[in-house]
Design a binder for this molecule. Structure first.
Ligand code: UTP
Length: 289
């Protein structure tokens, strides 16, 4: 099994980040000096992915503009001798082969993935949620790809979350295989307290086999009236092996205000040009609070 394709579902409405996301896609909100989607694409590329399909909607065309050339801007920068800046704006358009498909109705993550059926064909593929930014030494998608290639099956990226937090995610029944690796036996989306099976939740990264598409095609709407990928995976794990990998790295949910601010501050503290300024700024603030 070789994983060369990825899907980035980015057609959600971003209601937790209003009013900022009324006209700007949440994936285009900057994290220090780059829009958040760029970090996701960089992770995919660093994981060996060559072709990326972004699932968008009618309000998100800023994303395809961002990954295109901008001849007028490049020419203006070149004339001013700003060649480093020309490289920066060019590089965003040359990072990978990026394709787009629209989800015409916001019918849920499972439906968004299903829109990628023709792009994917009969190959395994990675999924990177546009909201979830990872900070990891080895890219999280690469960690999952390695396990999927070794065991020749679907792999979901999981971490332990608190009992209160799990209600926002999904809960998984798992049996251990080896360190950090589990077989998945059952999944429940947004579990009630009496439904929680383990404290593992899927956090924004998957490698899936194309078997998921036949399931999604006829899957009825689940929690919240949306077609839930979790419900599809619950059926998939009854038909073929699905593993969970407890990935190494920190995950930020940039789809809510606290997670977004957290990643902006953390990444600014590591940014080579502004790290020192940011540290001094925070120290000064803390002393005066
Ligand atoms: P979320 O529920 O976290 O994102 O979906 P959202 O719907 O944009 O957020 P809120 O709750 O309104 O603030 C998880 C992922 O699935 C995508 C989202 O873009 C996000 O990356 N998604 C969700 C779709 O692509 N299509 C959908 O119909 C729903």
């Amino acid at each position: 099994m070789k994983i060369k394709k990825a899907i980035i579902p980015a057609a959600g409405l971003g209601t937790r980040m209003l009013p900022a996301t009324k006209t700007i896609p949440k994936e285009m909100l900057p994290i220090v000096d780059k829009p958040s989607i760029q970090y996701i694409i960089e992770e995919a590329v660093a994981s060996g992915i060559e072709d990326i399909l972004v699932v968008t909607n009618r309000a998100k065309s800023a994303m395809d503009d961002y990954f295109d050339y901008h001849p007028e801007l490049e020419e203006r920068l070149a004339r001013a001798g700003k060649h480093a800046e020309v490289d920066i704006v060019r590089r965003t358009a040359d990072m990978a082969n990026i394709f787009y498909v629209r989800q015409k109705e916001t019918k849920g993550l499972g439906h968004a993935i299903w829109r990628a059926k023709h792009f994917v064909g009969n190959e395994p593929f990675a999924v990177l949620l546009g909201d979830d930014i990872m900070h990891a030494q080895k890219p999280v998608t690469k960690q999952l790809v390695e396990i999927a290639e070794e065991y020749d099956c679907s792999v979901v990226g999981v971490q332990r979350v608190s009992r209160q937090a799990i209600a926002k995610y999904c809960t998984l029944g798992v049996t251990p295989v080896r360190e950090r690796c589990y077989d998945v036996t059952k999944l429940i989306e947004k579990p009630r307290p009496d439904q929680v099976i383990s404290d593992f939740a899927i956090l924004g990264r998957y490698v899936l086999t194309p078997g998921i598409f036949d399931i999604l095609e006829s899957l009825p709407a689940g929690y919240g009236g949306e077609v839930q990928l979790t419900d599809g995976l619950n059926i998939l794990c009854g038909k073929e092996r699905v593993m969970a990998y407890d990935f190494i790295g920190k995950r930020y949910d940039t789809g809510n205000l606290k997670g977004y601010l957290e990643v902006v501050v953390d990444f600014a503290l590591e940014h080579e040009e502004i790290s020192d300024w940011m540290k001094a700024f925070i120290k000064n603030k803390a002393e005066n609070l």
